[in-house]
Write a protein that binds this ligand. Structure first.
Ligand SMILES: C[S@@+](CC[C@H](N)C(=O)[O-])C[C@H]1O[C@@H](n2cnc3c(N)ncnc32)[C@H](O)[C@@H]1O
Length: 381
């Protein structure tokens, strides 16, 4: 049984629905799914990420690793510290959510005496930017002077670009492979809500990608051209350093496996995963898994090197997660047990350890990261 939204939340969802319907009407009756997803998540003041929904944590819709334990961000700090030392560069975090990851990474970098001169955050949601500012002012008042919110990617950047669960939140195209070839699955208005309608693919880039996948009829899946474009833009601005993306997903052979013929698009509402992306627009997160083979292809085409690809478990364990956990004595059960429990969730193959991957793309000959070298899975991409 799904929790009932409050009257205010329901009224908000009705406003988002009206906005989406007017977008479709203005476009002549049909929009590609990416347009629907983009507006449902990011339309200013309306979209899931752009309005005041709680989103992260126990009271929200889903829990991300930084919300579970500070050990996640602290371990990341240990992983990236050598790159910061090597490049003398800064950190740029994309999509910083509640700001907890930034606070944990910066706090640990301070302890390691590898503080970057600036920790930049690029966040598309004004609502989340305000939440990040509040989190950092509360948790790290002495370091807020180093945190800068950017409105766009800088022209030049050296250091580390980080993104946890950002690629899965980018709007995807839906493709329906049929007897007559691949079609773009888009959204039309129907009754009080929405319905699917397939149309010929008009974007040549998407057509090429869909043809190349060559999937059997009755296969439905996603193609993430927005992720390709983001990786290309990051590659253009990176002079020297590392891009580290953490997310759930697979290589293309697993992503487009015959058994995954319904794709990976899901809505998340109050800790329930739903198949219907039209459910309560504006109150649900919409997400698709990441095709890491496509991410690497985009990166290499833009001049990046593949620095490594591995599971989240392997990355965190080889970057010092256990050692950080052991800094709390197990005899201090009240502190130790919740942390140990979160660590178990981060690394267990049955939870986040296997499904979540870490990919590193670099430029300028960066020394290999311990967390990416051991347990390397580049061969699978
Ligand atoms: C699923 S949340 C993850 C938040 C946070 N990183 C965490 O792990 O808790 C996705 C985040 O990506 C942001 N986002 C989406 N598209 C983005 C883009 N093109 N550039 C930067 N941030 C983006 C969203 O606003 C949101 O903060």
């Amino acid at each position: 049984m799904l929790p009932t939204p409050s009257p205010d939340a329901l009224a908000h969802s009705q406003r988002v629905t009206a906005h989406l319907r007017s977008l479709i009407n203005d476009a002549g009756g049909w929009i590609p799914f990416s347009r629907y997803m983009e507006a449902a998540l990011y339309a200013p003041g309306l979209g899931y990420y752009a309005a005041g929904a709680m989103k992260f944590g126990a009271a929200g819709d889903f829990v991300t690793a930084p919300e579970m334990t500070p050990l996640f961000g602290r371990t990341l700090a240990h992983a990236i510290a050598p790159v910061l030392a090597e490049t003398g560069g800064e950190v740029l975090e994309l999509g910083a959510g509640s700001g907890r990851l930034a606070a944990d990474v910066l706090g640990e970098l301070a302890r390691l005496e590898t503080l970057p001169s600036r920790y930049c955050i690029l966040e598309v949601s004004a609502d989340l930017r305000a939440r990040q500012q509040e989190t950092l002012a509360r948790k790290l008042p002495q370091l807020t002077g180093r945190v800068h919110w950017l409105d766009a990617l800088p022209a030049h950047f050296s250091g580390v670009i980080l993104g946890n669960e950002v690629l899965d939140a980018l709007p995807v195209e839906l493709v329906h492979w049929t007897q007559d070839g691949p079609l773009a699955r888009g959204v039309i208005v129907e009754g009080e809500g929405f319905a699917w309608q397939d149309r010929p693919i008009s974007d040549p880039l998407m057509g090429t990608r869909a043809d190349a996948l060559n999937l059997a009829p009755n296969y439905l899946s996603e193609i993430n051209l927005t992720a390709d474009a983001l990786i290309t833009s990051l590659a253009e601005c990176l002079d020297r350093g590392l891009i580290l993306m953490i997310d759930y997903g697979f290589s293309a052979s697993e992503y487009y496996h015959p058994q995954r013929h319904m794709g990976t698009l899901r809505a998340h509402y109050r800790h329930h995963a739903l198949d219907d992306p039209f459910y309560l627009p504006g109150l649900c997160d919409l997400t698709a898994h990441v095709d890491f083979s496509a991410v690497v292809r985009a990166g290499m085409a833009a001049g990046l090197e593949l620095a490594g690809y591995t599971s989240q478990a392997s990355f965190l364990l080889n970057s010092g997660l256990t050692e950080l956990l052991m800094q709390t004595p197990p005899t201090d059960a009240a502190t130790y047990l919740p942390q140990a429990n979160a660590v178990q969730r981060l690394v267990s193959p049955a939870e986040m350890g296997e499904l979540f991957k870490v990919i590193g793309l670099s430029k300028g000959g960066i020394a290999p990261l311990a967390g990416l070298v051991r347990g390397d899975r580049r061969h699978s991409l």
